[in-house]
Ligand binder design. Sequence first.
Ligand code: NBP
Length: 482
Amino acid sequence: ATARIGVTGLAVMGRNLARNLARHGWSVALHNRTYERTRSLVDEHGDEGTFVPSESMADFVASIERPRSVIVMVKAGEPTDAVIDELVPLLDEGDVIVDCGNAHFLDTRRREAALREHGLHFVGSGVSGGEEGALHGPSIMPGGSDHAYETLGPMFESIAAEVDGTPCCTHVGADGAGHFVKMVHNGIEYADMQLIAEAYDLLRHGTGADPARIAEIFSDWNGGELESYLIEITADVLGHTDAETGRPFVDVVLDQAEQKGTGRWTVQNALELGVPVTAIAEATFARSLSGHADQREAVRAAYAQVDPAVDSAPLAGEEADRFVEDVRRALYASKVLAYAQGFDQIRAGSDEYGWGIDLGSMATIWRGGCIIRARFLDRIREAYDSDPDLTSLLVAPFFRDAVADGLPSWRRVVATAARLGVPAPAFSTSLASFDALRAERLPAALIQGLRDDFGAHTYRRVDKPGTFHTLWAGDRSEESRD
Ligand code: NBP
């Protein structure tokens, strides 16, 4: 045995993780189902560190020091199970299998429980940052046992991104906690991107600015509280011109957003947990809606003549400048709401599955390496550091002030979107959720009345304890149903 850790699955992600490990001085055993990938890695990058390539899984396992750490970086789903089945008979008690693919956390829980029976440690680890992140420093979210993290921690922390000397990697919690947090991270990413896309659309229709001008606006915004990787690359994409047509790149791309499924998983899980992640849900639905091309075309045609509000004249002069600033503030407020909901979901998942996740350290490990890296994650970390039991990020003093500051703009932007007929589902639902949270009374009381009327589902009262039912079809007297 000559390697400290092994990587099986050497497509873009596995290849770059292996190189990152080797560059940090860890000797890395290499394996891939098709040997060609292993060979090309060693041929092209063999001088970056110590690689120990093997053609067979048995030789690969034999080449790793015990207790072994084996990273599996294959396509999520059946391929992961196939690789685990192949590995298990070759491993010894105490060895660690790490799945760094995008697995569903429930699959990770199932695999962890099954491998524990074999005396093996199974770690599901979220890895964010795409192929560049994998090579130069991703954000790493490992779950699994404390024991497994003792072995993996030093290696993973050495290859992770680093912000202010702190690695973007921490032990998230037992079994599926890492993949759960990665799932919610991706859900937040959906919301963040949808909000950015709506901001762009509002600026374009609201002020008539072209994409190149809007690119400048985003660049400018990136110098302030919105500073983040996604805002930075938004400026990049909007400023890009299509070489073939000379038109703005964003105008030649088909406007149908695709998805690989982590947004959907996040929303499905939020429904199970009863956590209203409205911004993430709207963002996921907005992608689906964009793909319904036939329906979009039909509805557009049917209403072409009857809605004069749509595409009315853009704002100009000082009004346009004020609108740009309003959109910036509304974007920030909506973003705070979306992140607050994502963190609510992590807390609920942590409670449901007994993971004891430290919310502040999730903000810490997302500050670098990952797609949602942003300046304001520092503020989220501070909020949870000063009060780990915070009911909602919205009530942390920093965010309360920020949202209060942006509130008038938020309302103006949502109203303008409705007036112009510019779809802004994530901005609108975020504001609606905020207003619902702060309302003194909600019409939920009427819903309870309706449920009691048609189905005798009972209700509770504001003025005394107990459960009640009104005899709606009878004399309308009230019965106690305790
Ligand atoms: P892919 O998801 O494209 O998977 C290709 C790898 O899976 C190859 O090594 C392939 O081997 C192997 N594989 C397959 Br497919 N079926 C197999 C089987 N039955 N047995 C053994 N090996 C099998 O690779 P990727 O894009 O590098 O992503 C790897 C994982 O990382 C995925 O779970 C992905 O969701 C996750 N991830 C990707 C990104 C990203 O930006 N791409 C970011 C974060 C996480 P072969 O060479 O023999 O075909």
